[in-house]
Ligand binder design. Sequence first.
Ligand code: HEC
Ligand code: HEC
Ligand code: HEC
Ligand code: HEC
Ligand code: HEC
Ligand code: HEC
Length: 457
Amino acid sequence: MPLVFRFTIYFPMKSLRLRSLPHLLLALVLTFASVQQAAAQDAATVKKEGVTPDATAAATPATVAAPAAGGGDAAAIAAGDALFKGNCAQCHAVNEQVVGPALGGITKRRPLSWIIPWIKNSSKVVAGGDDYAVALYNKFNKQQMPSFALSDKEITSIVAYITSEEGKPSAATAGGPTAGSVGATDGTAAAGADGAGSGKYMDILLIVLVVVLIVLVVTLIIIGNLMKDVLRGRKDLDGRDIEILDQRFDWGKFYRSPMLRGIVGTVFALVLLYEGVQSVMAVGLTQGYQPTQPIAFSHKLHAGEHQINCAYCHTSVYKAKSANIPSANICMNCHAQIKTESPEIKKIYRAIERKQPIQWVRIHNLPDLAYFNHSQHTQVAGLQCQTCHGPIQNMEVVYQYSALTMGWCINCHREMPLNTKDNKYYDNLVKLHDTKNAGAPFTVSSNGGTECSKCHY
Ligand code: HEC
Ligand code: HEC
Ligand code: HEC
Ligand code: HEC
Ligand code: HEC
Ligand code: HEC
């Protein structure tokens, strides 16, 4: 066996040669890319939850202590975060007393079997004579914490969220109730700051990793060259050994290699395809768009639980082309009395004081070239709002349910029969249609509803 080959077995010579430089570089780039990807993903989840990675880890034991939570995973914490911000943040912060006590360490003070009934109905617990509850109630000047119709699971997720936030500077929660003007929510700003913080942390980690990798590559090259020199000094090398030893990395060959071309070609094609699909998808397609609104107005609460008619607020939806967004005065019909102390409601008062409209973010928006008329669809055709807008009465925050593309309009016009009942305008047309093509449904399109000029100016 030639010497170099033997050498290769004991020392992985091949991997130490200069030849392996491109491989190492490739590995480096790939590692870098995957770490960056992971970092981006981490940052995204962190941003969503407002929790840094170590805090998520710290939260896990807490939910082991509270098995009813159904797993102390990030999802439960995220759900708890949302529930906390929606229900509790006006009076509580985790690490700071606001209206009610700081909730950090609550699992150490009280068992879950106490916390759950407390949140569901605290006055019942106080009335029941629970010593701790009565003392706390008196300490907080007999202020009544409201009752919450939350499920056990929802409460455990709030507790999981609280535990995950324990001991952290409480910018997000503390700012919640007081700061924040119409047009910007504190929650989003705080979450953004949080994301930025953890992004920095990942950056440092990345830099350290890259430095370590570079040091590794350089060391390997040096060792490789050293060993080559040692081998060159020996006299007992045969022809093949010398050939291997003197082998230089042939860049020309490398560039011309079909493998490299194949890889580069494939990557290029994939990128092109991805970009292409993205740009095609982007044409007017905003389905699922769900911006954060300046006030945490909930259709689920108003249109769902309290069954307020859509047209009570969207007054013009049966009469006009567009459905209006209600002015603050309509809110005041009720909120002059209801929930006057809520920070969200105070935003309405502030808007009125400043004589500025509430800056709702528009969700549905057809391009100017298309004509759409609400009254034609709601009043004349008798369509339900939900046909196009989805289950609005269940939406905490409204999102765009339908695609709102031209194809979406046309598909319905092709299939939907006209609502001709009790509509004198259609009487003659129906007769005409029935004599010409009896049996065929009298759809919107058979009445010209797919003509370009009907929808395009
Ligand atoms: C309107 C203000 C208000 C809201 C909203 C509120 N709380 Fe409270 N909470 C209080 C007050 C005040 C106390 C102190 C006890 C008392 O006075 O009844 C308290 C006490 C508590 C305690 C006991 C704390 C301890 O140190 O033992 C827990 C747990 C708690 N609240 C959880 C919640 C959760 C979870 C929510 C949201 C689902 C919530 N609270 C919403 C005002 C509020
Ligand atoms: C108490 C008043 C109120 C009631 C009742 C109400 N809405 Fe709204 N609606 C609003 C406000 C305020 C907005 C703007 C903020 C938002 O998007 O949440 C809005 C927004 C919307 C939007 C999105 C508008 C856009 O920006 O594109 C749709 C769609 C909508 N409502 C449909 C409905 C339907 C359907 C119902 C009945 C099931 C209903 N609303 C009941 C007040 C109301
Ligand atoms: C027909 C009566 C009515 C109208 C109009 C109305 N609301 Fe409400 N709103 C309610 C009721 C009832 C509640 C639930 C109060 C409760 O939970 O005790 C509520 C709760 C809320 C809450 C939650 C407050 C909190 O802190 O829990 C917000 C925010 C809110 N409304 C915003 C609005 C806005 C913005 C408008 C105008 C676009 C509006 N409301 C119009 C009846 C109304
Ligand atoms: C046939 C489908 C369809 C039906 C039915 C429908 N909408 Fe819409 N809605 C739309 C479209 C499309 C838009 C976007 C209009 C635009 O951008 O010009 C829209 C927009 C809105 C907006 C935003 C303001 C505006 O006019 O642009 C509100 C609010 C709204 N709809 C409420 C309602 C309510 C309430 C009902 C039921 C009474 C309803 N819609 C029924 C398709 C529909
Ligand atoms: C869920 C079904 C449905 C969807 C979706 C829908 N429409 Fe319609 N549309 C109807 C019906 C039904 C009528 C017939 C109303 C009548 O009797 O005049 C109609 C009528 C019309 C008319 C009047 C046609 C005529 O012959 O005078 C126009 C314009 C129109 N729609 C535009 C649109 C546009 C633009 C969109 C998409 C943004 C759309 N529609 C989406 C069901 C729909
Ligand atoms: C039922 C209503 C309707 C009819 C009929 C209709 N369109 Fe459209 N069209 C729309 C809507 C709504 C959009 C906007 C879709 C979007 O934003 O994705 C649109 C978009 C378009 C666009 C794309 C514009 C752009 O921004 O890319 C073109 C081109 C177009 N329509 C041409 C036509 C032609 C040609 C006809 C007749 C054969 C026609 N449309 C019939 C509703 C209609």
